[in-house]
Structures are given as structure tokens and as C-alpha cells.
Design a protein around this ligand. Structure first.
Ligand code: ASP
Length: 449
């Protein structure tokens, strides 16, 4: 049995959905299918999820939301008509959207998640109808009926452990199950969504619960590449990656998989196959527990922007028992997650994503660190980018860091910090945001050209 997930570009129009359905029906093992909301048909297009967010925002502000709602319905109408489905499904989709707005809500975030989920939910109903219309046994399955329960962190949910057992019931269901990605339900029955791009996570949870042979994740590229094709012309395709490598690369900017995707399948050792809906015969990239890294110690290079660093200096910091805990406690109390924490004997830097630090939080945190911990100095540095060099083989290959630093030096890129975790699966280089792209290109040239 296989779980397959199809992303937004695979669902963007009727032609793509026909390809999706022919992929599903060409292999009887493809029994459970997770779909995203229709995404972009061309570069300047708008994803249905973004239209739904726009509609919910306008509604919440009391602004006119009718036009955007009609645009959403007409995107679905175009798909349904071109798939030869009757008018009833469009009437149902329009009613479904209007009911979501009219149902009442006691917080904005609840309404927002309820609207965001409508893209996947209606797309799944559409695909199930189309499969049935072409003579296949298929059914839409609602995540609540399936028992997919999530934490009530709106827009940022995590799966609750009991879901795994609940979802096992799907095994005995007949025909092809079409499951909407991206959302589940809180224990109090509200729709809750994963972070953006979270249909990947739904697929992974189902693959783990059903203990399938493989989780096939269909997207619009032939494979994962060693660096972003936006920066490198014809980058090297990667045929096999480990979970840890993919997790590090996704964390640092590879958008092919959502970075939280791998946790459920990792626990069960289920391989993930990234494949291309537009070229399903291509083998794609296989993500597995281990790989033979003798030929290529490095798997890939990724980079991300939007970080900042809180730099703390206190003379004799190393002798102060509990100093690190106290700093992190301040962050915890402000609900700010930290990413990395490189340190020296009297210095500690804490790398944080800028999105978690508004001005008010920043001044409270800085004041508490200065006063409560009586440090000698504390400052915050913005415009920090992280470049990650990732590969399982680095652990037993001498000289990788040296080659990276030499390449960066040759191109005049200043390294603001270096951090290597004990697993040695990645080395992180902190550079100016403006240097991130240049750094990726020169490291790629050093290792892969
Ligand atoms: N449709 C959602 C988004 O655009 C989730 C997904 O596509 O995975 O973020």
C-alpha cells in the first residue's frame, strides 16, 4: 500500500488533475491520496489558499469579500467544468464556503483556519467525484471522521498521538481514499491547520499510521537538487537522501518538502519518494534512513534569510552555573523558539527567526537579559542569513569545512559565525543576508562543478 500526496501545482487545473488521477489509477497500491488546494497555474497566478486568506481577512475586517469569494468559486467552477462534472458540485462548493463564513466564531484565528482549510477540503471532494465519474471506486474522507486530531494551535498545529491509532481504520476501507491535506480537528471540534505547505505533513502522518511501503510525494520537479535551481543552472539531481539530510536542507530553505514532514515517517522508517506529476516515470528522489555516502559526502547546500542574533557577553560566564538556562527561560516566557546557540567562554549568541521578534518582545527580552542576568553587554544583530552545508559523509571526510571557508574567503564573504552539531550532518555558516545567495553559488562551485 502507498500513500500519495499531490501538491498545489498538481492540482492547479483540470489538465493537472487528470494527470493526478491517471497516476493514481495506474497503480492499485496507490490507495490513499492526499491533495493540496489548487495552486498556481502560472507564475503570477494566486493560490486558492491565498485567496481564501484574503477572503477571511476582508470578512474579519468587515470589508467587501464578495468579489474574492466569487473568484474562488470560479476557479473551482473552471476545474469542475473542464473535468466534465455537473453543476451540483459547484453549488455545493459555494454553499460550503458561505457556510464557513456564516457559522459564527469566537476568535479570528478559528475563522481563518476554517477558511484556509476550504481549499484542500473542496479539492478532495472534486477529485473523488471525478474518479467516480470515470468509473473508479473512490471516496472523499473527512479528517474528523478519520480521527485526525490536532493541537489547537491555529495555523501551526501538531498532530495528537491518538490520531495515529484512529487513522489505522482507513486500512479496511474499500476503494481509493481521497483525503484533504493541511488540516485536521481540535479535540473541541474546530478546524485547525498545519503551517503553510502542511499537506506534506498530512501525507506523512497517514503513511506512518498505515505503515505503508512508501510515501510518494508528487510535486513539479524531477528530483531534489543539490542547490536551488533558482540560483544554479542545472544543479545536480539527488537520487538518495537520508531523513536527516532532507530535514536539514528543508529547514534551511529547500522548499520541496515542508520541514516538519519527515517526523512521522522517520519514526517508522518509511521511505519517501519525491516524484514529478508531469513526469511520473522519472525515479525522483528517495529519502531513506541511510545512504551510501562514499561517492558524495555532501548532499546539498541550502540557505535562509530572516534571522537575528542576540549576542551576550559576561566576563566569567563559563563559571556561572545555570546561565544558559536563565537566558533560554526568558525566551521561553516570551514564546520565542531559538534555532542555534553558538558560545565561547564569556559569550553566547542565540539565533532566532526574526518573525518571532516584534519590537515589544525585543525590548522586554533585551531588558530582562541585561537586568536579571547582569551581563556586561547584550546587543541584537539583524540581517543574518544562514547557509547550511549538509551531508552524512562529512563525519568521516576531512577538510570539508576548510574547503567551504576557503571558497567563501575567495569571494570576499565574511563569516559571522560557524556552528556544527555533534551529529556532523551539517555545518551552519552565519553570513549577511545579502551574501547568502553568493555563498551558496560559490560553495556549490567548489563541491559540485
Ligand atoms: N494549501 C496550503 C498552502 O498553500 C497547504 C499546502 O499546499 O500544502 O500552504
Amino acid at each position: 500500500m502507498k500513500v500519495c500526496k499531490f501538491g498545489g501545482t498538481s492540482m492547479a487545473n483540470a489538465e493537472q488533475i487528470r494527470k493526478v488521477c491517471s497516476i493514481i489509477t495506474s497503480d492499485p497500491e496507490r490507495r490513499v491520496v492526499v491533495v493540496s488546494a489548487p495552486g498556481k497555474r502560472f507564475d503570477s497566478d494566486i493560490k486558492i489558499t491565498d485567496m481564501l486568506i484574503d477572503c477571511a481577512e476582508k470578512f474579519l475586517k468587515g470589508e467587501d469579500h464578495e468579489e474574492v469569494l466569487e473568484n474562488i468559486v470560479s476557479r473551482f467552477r473552471e476545474i469542475a467544468e473542464n473535468l466534465g462534472l455537473g453543476n451540483q458540485i459547484i453549488v455545493d462548493i459555494e454553499n460550503n464556503l458561505r457556510t464557513r463564513l456564516q457559522m459564527g466564531y469566537d476568535s479570528d484565528e478559528k475563522l481563518m483556519d476554517r477558511m484556509k482549510a476550504a481549499g484542500e477540503d473542496n479539492a478532495a471532494r472534486l477529485v473523488a467525484s471525478y474518479l467516480k465519474s470515470t468509473g473508479h471506486q473512490a471516496q472523499y474522507l473527512n479528517p474528523k471522521d478519520a480521527g485526525l486530531f490536532l493541537s489547537d494551535e491555529y495555523g501551526n498545529a501538531r498532530v495528537l498521538p491518538q490520531s495515529i491509532k484512529n487513522l489505522q481504520r482507513i486500512k479496511s476501507m474499500k476503494g481509493i481514499i481521497i483525503f484533504p491535506g493541511f488540516f485536521g480537528y481540535s479535540l473541541s471540534g474546530e478546524v485547525v491547520t498545519f503551517p503553510r505547505g502542511g499537506s506534506d505533513i498530512t501525507g506523512s502522518i497517514l503513511a506512518a499510521a498505515l505503515e505503508v511501503d512508501v510515501y510518494e510525494n508528487f510535486t513539479d520537479v524531477n528530483s531534489v537538487f543539490a542547490a536551488s535551481p533558482k540560483l544554479i543552472e542545472n544543479p545536480k539531481p539527488i537520487s538518495v537522501l537520508t531523513y536527516r539530510e532532507m530535514r536539514e536542507l528543508a529547514y534551511a530553505g529547500f522548499s520541496v518538502l515542508h520541514e516538519e514532514t519527515l517526523e512521522p515517517v522517520y519514526q517508522k522508517g518509511i521511505p519517501v519518494n519525491i516524484k514529478n506529476t508531469n513526469n511520473p516515470k522519472a525515479p525522483g528522489t528517495l529519502i531513506t534512513p541511510t545512504r551510501d555516502d562514499s561517492a558524495s559526502p555532501l548532499a546539498g547546500i541550502a540557505g535562509g534569510k530572516g534571522f537575528c542574533s542576540i549576542n551576550i557577553h559576561k566576563y566569567m560566564m563559563n563559571r556561572e552555573v545555570g546561565f544558559g538556562r536563565k537566558v533560554l527561560q526568558i525566551l521561553e516566557e516570551e514564546f520565542v523558539p531559538f534555532e542555534h546557540m553558538p558560545s565561547g567562554i564569556d559569550d553566547i549568541s542565540i539565533i532566532i527567526r526574526k518573525q518571532y521578534m516584534d519590537d515589544e518582545k525585543k525590548s522586554r527580552i533585551m531588558e530582562r537579559i541585561a537586568k536579571d542576568l547582569r551581563v556586561d553587554s547584550v546587543n541584537i544583530e539583524y540581517d543574518l542569513g544562514l547557509v547550511m552545508v549538509v551531508g552524512e559523509g562529512m563525519m568521516h571526510t576531512v577538510g570539508i569545512a576548510a574547503r567551504v571557508t576557503k571558497a567563501l574567503a575567495r569571494h570576499g564573504i565574511n563569516i559571522r559565525m560557524i556552528n556544527q552539531g555533534s551529529s556532523e550532518v551539517s555545518i551552519m555558516f552565519g553570513v549577511s543576508e545579502d551574501d547568502v545567495d553568493k555563498a551558496i553559488i560559490c560553495i556549490y562551485d567548489e563541491f559540485f562543478r
